[in-house]
Design a protein around this ligand. Structure first.
Ligand code: NAD
Length: 355
């Protein structure tokens, strides 16, 4: 069993902690919190051992009646791997502590690529993380773009990608991002940081990205134009993409016409927190004009990096091959939404730890 601790139990950390619990080869050693808030309460209710992320604040937990299992250094000692899901910049600062205990660590997309041994997207460059000390699971948008580019690059070759990212203004709980009522070119300069970030995964892909922020919390929407090196039909591209477990082709007949209904669908199917781990590509948006491919895809910012963190844990400890790790992760979480009206429905929700 790989013993995994989660330092930073917010939007990403709590999802990764639950996903670790669903894996047959991992055990969650505990989660580290800075304060005894509602998320600490939820962690306690789930039975997760709770550690003080900032030792000087341990008293606050005692005052709130919450028993701690220890301090963050105890969590590191008890773990084979740490997933650090703290806010941007803190993960990099925490690396000193992880290195001190020779504990491999997985950071998140808010950290600098220069701070880590490898940036990571399971479908694209799993092997780069094998036996590394510190790996960065790239941001939700970079993960979504890399997953899409992987099969296109392998099958047709990518001459040039141009993507406009219409980005949610904040996560549902991020009150400090609002109230908002505007549409912002963000950044105003071109390219946005997303294209260069994709190049940490695919150094040779020619990609330009533009960012726009809108007053929404549910998901991002990518407007994609890729000039391929060959000339497949739209039907061929649809077939290629639908074979990828982490790409969900949303069929026209489903009546899902936006991110609101996508999230509603996720909740209706019993997905925890209404999470969509897959890129959601509108099947009918996939169009070709010569070598130019066009499509729209939506990315659930809170969720798509979760399976990637699980695969990064196996890669950094060199436990499974890329294909085996992705298959285990997909099976245990229920990743792999398929066209809604074809074939036998497979499981789309996580196994429990006891399954
Ligand atoms: P968050 O603010 O929801 O959660 C961070 C948690 O870390 C909070 O509970 C906070 O109290 C805690 N924390 C703060 N300082 C800490 C410390 N010193 N030690 C331990 N815990 C500490 O943030 P998030 O959205 O989960 O983002 C975490 C990382 O994931 C960032 O790098 C971010 O860029 C990346 N990421 C976020 C999203 C997203 O949409 N939310 C998507 C992909 C990647």
């Amino acid at each position: 069993m790989i013993r995994v601790g989660v330092n930073g139990y917010g939007t990403i950390g709590k999802r990764v902690a639950d996903a670790i619990g669903a894996q047959p080869d991992m055990t969650l050693t505990g989660v580290a919190k800075t304060q005894p808030n509602y998320e600490a309460e939820a962690a306690v209710r789930k039975g997760y051992p709770l550690y003080a992320a900032i030792p000087e604040r341990s008293d606050r937990f005692a005052e709130a009646g919450i028993d701690l299992a220890g301090e963050v250094e105890d969590l590191i000692i008890a773990s084979d791997v740490i997933v650090d899901a703290t806010p941007s910049g803190i993960g990099e600062a925490n690396c000193e502590l992880y290195r001190q205990y020779e504990t491999p660590a997985i950071l998140q997309g808010g950290e600098d690529a220069d701070a880590v041994d490898a940036s990571f997207v399971a479908r694209a460059n799993y092997d780069d993380a094998i036996d590394a000390d510190v790996v960065r699971v790239v941001s939700c948008n970079t993960t979504g773009l890399s997953r899409l580019l992987a099969p296109l690059q392998e099958t047709y070759g990518v001459e040039k990608a141009r993507v406009t990212l219409i980005r949610r203004g904040g996560d549902p709980g991020q009150v400090d991002r609002g109230p908002i009522n505007d549409i912002l070119p963000d950044p105003i300069t071109v390219p946005s940081h997303h294209g260069p970030d994709v190049n940490t995964i695919y150094p040779d892909v020619n990609i330009d990205t533009l960012g726009v922020k809108v007053p929404a919390t549910l998901m991002h929407l990518h407007s994609v134009n890729i000039t391929l090196e060959s000339e497949p039909s739209a039907a061929e591209v649809r077939e290629l993409l639908s074979a990828e477990s982490r790409l969900f082709l949303v069929p026209q007949e489903a009546g899902i016409d936006g991110t609101g209904k996508l999230k509603e669908f996720a909740m209706d199917t019993g997905r925890p927190r209404g999470d969509l781990w897959e890129n959601c590509i509108w099947a009918d948006s996939i169009s070709t004009d010569g070598r130019d491919l066009y499509l729209f895809q939506s990315i659930h910012q809170e969720a798509d990096v979760v399976p990637e963190n699980i695969d990064a844990i196996r890669a950094i400890t060199d436990r499974e091959s890329q294909a085996d790790s992705m298959a285990i992760t997909d099976d245990r979480l229920g990743v792999g939404l398929e066209s809604l009206f074809e074939g036998i429905r497979q499981r789309v929700v996580p196994h429990s730890a006891d399954d």
